[in-house]
Design a binder for this molecule. Structure first.
Ligand code: GRG
Length: 304
C-alpha cells in the first residue's frame, strides 16, 4: 500500500486552516443564540461572527491535539479565547479608546449598536467566555485542568495582560519617544499574552507536563511578538483594502512601531528569527507539531 498516512503527506496548511475555521465558526454560532433581550445577543453575534482569521481558537485546538487531547475537549476553551479576543476588539474600537469606524471591513460594533450596547456586548462576551469553559468542557477533562484554564485566561486578559498592555498603549499615544522596551511591553501584553493563553490552555486541557507547558509558553511568546512585528509591517505595506480593519483610519498618523525603530527589512529578519526560535521549541513533539509549526510560518507570510 503506497498510500501515505495523513502524517506522512505534506501538510496543507491552507486546507487545514479553512477546515478549522469552519469548525470554529459553527461552534461560535451555536454558542450564542439570539434570545430575549435580542439586542444584546445580536450585538455580541455581530462582532463574534464578523469573519476573523480564528487564529486563537485554532491554536488552542491544535495544541490540545498535539499533546494528545481531542478537539471536543478544547472546543469550549477555543470559543472562549475568540470571545475574549472579540470583546477586546469591540472595546478597543470605542470612541474612548482607538475610535475606529471599521473593523474587518465592516462598521464597528458601536457604530451599529451605539456605545452603551457595544460596551455591554463586550462584557457579555467576556462573562460568557468563562461560563462556557466552566460548564461545557467535557467530563473527560479533569476539573483541576479546567480551573487552571480559567486562571490562565483571567491572567491573560486582566491588568497583567491585555488590560495592562492597553493602558500603556493609551499612555503612549502621540508620543514619538517611546522606547523599544515600552513598545515590547505593549505588544507582549496586548497581543502575545492572549496568544500564549490559547496555546498553553490547549496544552493544559490535554494534560501537558509543567516542562511541556514551559516549551509551549516559549513557542507562543515568540510567535506573539512575531505576529505583532508583522502586523506593524502590514500596516505600512498592505493596502487599505487588504486591511479592512484600517479602513477609515489615518495610516499616516505617526506612532512608534517596530518598523519605525528598525526599518522594514530588519523587522522582517527579527520576525523570521522569532519564528525559528518558536519552531525550535516544538522539536521534541515530533510530527504532531506540524500544524503549530506551519501556523508559526504562516504568521510571517500572511498578508492580512
Ligand atoms: C480584555 C477586559 C479586557 C479589556 C480590553 C481594549 C483592550 C482591553 C485591549 C486591546 C487589545 C487589542 C485590541 C489588541 C490587539 C490585538 C490584535 C493583534 C488584533 C488583531 O488580531 P487578528 O489579526 O484579528 O487575529 P482577526 O480580525 O483576524 O481576528
Amino acid at each position: 500500500n503506497l498510500q501515505k498516512t495523513p502524517q506522512e503527506a505534506t501538510f496543507n496548511l491552507l486546507a487545514y486552516l479553512k477546515e478549522r475555521q469552519k469548525i470554529c465558526e459553527a461552534a461560535l454560532d451555536k454558542a450564542i443564540p439570539i434570545i430575549y433581550p435580542e439586542k444584546i445577543y445580536e450585538s455580541m453575534r455581530y462582532s463574534l461572527l464578523a469573519g476573523g482569521k480564528r487564529l486563537r481558537p485554532i491554536l488552542c485546538l491544535a495544541t490540545c491535539e498535539m499533546m494528545g487531547g481531542t478537539i471536543e475537549m478544547a472546543m469550549p476553551a477555543a470559543c472562549a479565547v475568540e470571545m475574549i479576543h472579540t470583546m477586546s476588539l469591540i472595546h478597543d474600537d470605542l470612541p474612548a479608546m482607538d475610535n475606529d469606524d471599521y473593523r474587518r471591513g465592516k462598521l464597528t460594533n458601536h457604530k451599529i449598536y451605539g456605545d452603551a450596547v457595544a460596551i455591554l456586548a463586550g462584557d457579555g462576551l467576556l462573562a460568557y467566555a468563562f461560563e462556557m469553559v466552566a460548564t461545557q468542557t467535557p467530563d473527560s477533562v479533569p476539573k483541576d485542568r479546567v480551573l487552571q484554564v480559567v486562571a490562565r485566561l483571567g491572567r491573560a486578559l486582566g491588568a497583567a495582560g491585555l488590560v495592562g498592555g492597553q493602558v500603556v498603549d493609551l499612555d503612549s499615544e502621540g508620543k514619538l519617544d517611546i522606547s523599544l522596551e515600552t513598545l515590547t511591553f505593549i505588544h507582549n501584553h496586548k497581543t502575545a499574552a492572549l496568544l500564549e493563553a490559547c496555546v498553553v490552555c490547549g496544552g493544559i486541557i490535554a494534560g501537558a507536563s509543567p516542562e511541556d507547558v514551559q516549551r509551549l509558553t516559549r513557542y507562543s511568546q515568540n510567535i506573539g511578538l512575531a505576529f505583532q512585528i508583522v502586523d506593524d509591517i502590514l500596516d505600512i505595506t498592505a493596502t487599505t483594502e487588504q486591511l479592512g480593519k484600517s479602513a477609515g483610519k489615518d495610516l499616516t498618523a505617526k506612532k512608534v512601531t517596530y518598523p519605525s525603530l528598525w526599518g522594514i527589512e530588519e523587522s522582517r529578519t527579527k520576525a523570521q528569527q522569532l519564528i525559528e526560535a518558536a519552531c525550535a521549541e516544538l522539536k521534541p513533539f515530533g510530527k504532531p507539531a506540524q500544524p503549530l509549526e506551519a501556523i508559526a510560518h504562516f504568521i510571517t507570510s500572511r498578508n492580512n
